[in-house]
Design a protein around this ligand. Structure first.
Ligand code: DGJ
Length: 556
């Protein structure tokens, strides 16, 4: 009996010590990181922001499905082998309001369940795209009971008084209906995925913004337009004046930097002022949708933007969209949105990545053109801008060339991701995208300067004799030891020099081709002679995405 008592007392002691440890750990926030089913979250670590999934940083090597491909589970089922072959770890897939709430207040999550189940069966994560009130400015994904009840769910009107199939962001009833559906979706995801974390993030609506006019002319909108500009907007203009985007600041100052008045009085009457007006009210609407969803299940949430071109005016591009010139307005209006993302179909990939990689706005590219250049764009975004992820659009349509290039790019990024993510606050990476107009780029890592050059700058390259534009090529250099680097990419030549002139020169010790398997370097041929230009450069030819390892040394 005494023995049993002793064992029991020991057990109690052990349980209470464990409880104290658990309490201390959870108070310190530590247990959150190691818990199996903790909610995916964005965490700012030094100068980078990372997506933390089950306590570990996660890099989204992704692709977005074509719009209609998640509307039939039989159709969807056929796509996964191709996505897996391209080495994706994440798929961006739509959730359609018309499907989840076909009858008002009655929810049907069969498609969402099927999507999640198929993703899990294929070891894939998901980012869900909420096709709710708006999809590319239109409201085509609203259920029929919304579409048919115009008086309850008001639409925007053009300047000419024509109604369009676009819900007005000025209607409380529209907002209420969207919030209810989105909240039901988030509750469902929480119920079925809180432990697994298949779903990593949610995009709220899709490419918001108004066309063809720069603003809504419905009665509801007109009233708000004539009203006083909200105090929060005035506060933003006043307190952030010095750092405001120059376009917004100019609008305000040209109109007399007023501290009260209607929208036309405070920002002027032009199209760009109307763009800011729409930006504020779209953003407020989206924020309320996101806020309601996060209150139920706080996944990271973002919005995506159709990008403008300099020659296009508001209304020709989506007026009110989260574009660089209206980012201040958007940021101020959307504390519940974590990221504003660019959909990059424009050839100026370098320019747009720069514009969206801003303090407080980590880069995530949910859509990008799918062409042979896309594979190096992925490397560039991740190495140059610490992007959280990259996702070409309609990835399932990749032809054999693009599939092979994407597979190569994602395979290598997948092998390198632990190194990339563990050292994002150290300067161990440099990247370049090169073409005929920008054939060279220099970057410094540690004690070395690297010059990236387009393969066609090398006179023995087959492409050097080609006339016309050069294909975009590029890649990255990543440090693995003080004098050792991987060079990854295609169509690039990399040369080396000292970062500081100290009388020393830099030579190539050796270069190897090889493979990364489970993070380990398996060397292939030693590349010397013609392959490294007799010890003078590292060259990855244009045929595919490849990796080489180089050891440098110094001499006088
Ligand atoms: C951008 C949209 O966000 C996508 O849903 C799709 O419509 C593409 N454009 C088509 O290029």
């Amino acid at each position: 009996m005494q023995i049993i008592k002793n064992v029991f007392a020991r057990l109690l002691q052990y349980i209470s010590i464990s409880c104290i440890i658990c309490t201390l750990l959870s108070a310190s926030g530590y247990s959150q990181n190691i818990q199996e089913g903790s909610v995916p979250k964005l965490v700012k670590q030094g100068i980078s922001t990372q997506l933390i999934v089950k306590g570990k940083p996660f890099l989204m090597l992704a692709g977005e499905l074509g719009n209609s491909n998640a509307s039939s589970l039989d159709y969807l089922k056929l796509l996964w082998p191709k996505l897996s072959k391209m080495n994706l770890n994440t798929v961006l897939a739509p959730v359609y309001w018309e499907f989840i709430e076909p009858t008002e207040g009655k929810f049907d999550f069969a498609l969402v369940d099927g999507l999640i189940e198929q993703a899990r069966n294929n070891q894939m994560h998901l980012v869900l795209l909420w096709f709710g009130s708006w999809k590319n400015s239109m409201s085509c994904y609203t259920p029929l009971w919304v579409k048919k009840n115009q008086s309850r769910f008001p639409r925007i009107k053009t300047k000419a008084g024509i109604t369009r199939e676009i819900l007005s962001p000025f209607s409380e009833e529209n907002l209420k209906a969207d919030i209810r559906a989105f909240s039901a979706l988030m509750k469902h995801i929480k119920d079925i995925d809180e432990k697994e974390n298949t779903v990593l993030m949610v995009q709220v609506e899709n490419e918001i913004g108004l066309k063809p006019d720069a603003r809504d002319y419905s009665t509801l909108a007109e009233k708000v337009y004539q009203n006083e500009v909200p105090a929060e907007v005035i506060k933003l203009l006043k307190t952030k004046r010095e750092s405001l985007n120059p376009a917004l600041r100019k609008l305000w100052e040209d109109a007399g930097a007023k501290e009260s008045g209607s929208w036309a009085e405070v920002l002027g009457t032009g199209l760009y002022a109307e763009d800011m007006f729409m930006a504020w009210y779209y953003a407020r609407y989206i924020n309320k949708v996101a806020e309601a969803g996060k209150a139920i299940y706080p996944l990271p949430m973002y919005v995506n933007a159709e990008l403008n071109r300099p020659e296009r005016k508001p209304g020709e591009y989506s007026s009110g969209a989260p574009l660089p010139h209206s980012m201040d307005i958007w940021k101020h209006a959307t504390p519940s949105i974590d990221i504003m993302s660019p959909d990059i179909y424009d050839p100026d990939f370098i320019g747009w990545t720069q514009k969206y990689d801003q303090p407080g706005n980590p880069l995530f590219i949910p859509e990008a053109t799918l062409n042979p250049q896309t594979a190096v764009n992925a490397i560039y975004a991740i190495a140059q801008h610490k992007a959280l992820g990259f996702s070409p659009f309609a990835i399932e349509n990749a032809d054999s060339t693009c599939s092979a290039l994407m597979a190569g790019s994602y395979q290598l990024l997948n092998q390198l991701k632990d190194l990339i993510l563990s050292k994002q606050n150290e300067n161990i990476m440099a990247a370049a995208l090169l073409d005929k107009d920008n054939p060279r780029k220099q970057a410094k890592i540690g004690k070395y300067m690297f010059e990236f050059a387009h393969d066609y700058t090398f006179k023995w390259s087959a492409g050097a004799k080609k006339t016309g534009p050069w294909p975009v090529t590029g890649g990255m250099v990543i440090q693995i030891a003080p004098d050792e680097f991987y060079v990854v990419g295609n169509g690039i030549i990399v040369t080396f020099s000292p970062a500081q002139a100290n009388g020393e020169l830099v030579g190539i010790g050796y270069v190897e081709e090889g493979k990364l398997i489970n993070g380990r370097w398996i060397p292939g041929r030693r590349l010397n002679g013609d392959e490294d230009h007799q010890g003078q450069h590292v060259r990855i030819v244009e045929s595919g995405i490849d990796i080489q390892r180089v050891k440098l040394y110094n001499y006088q």
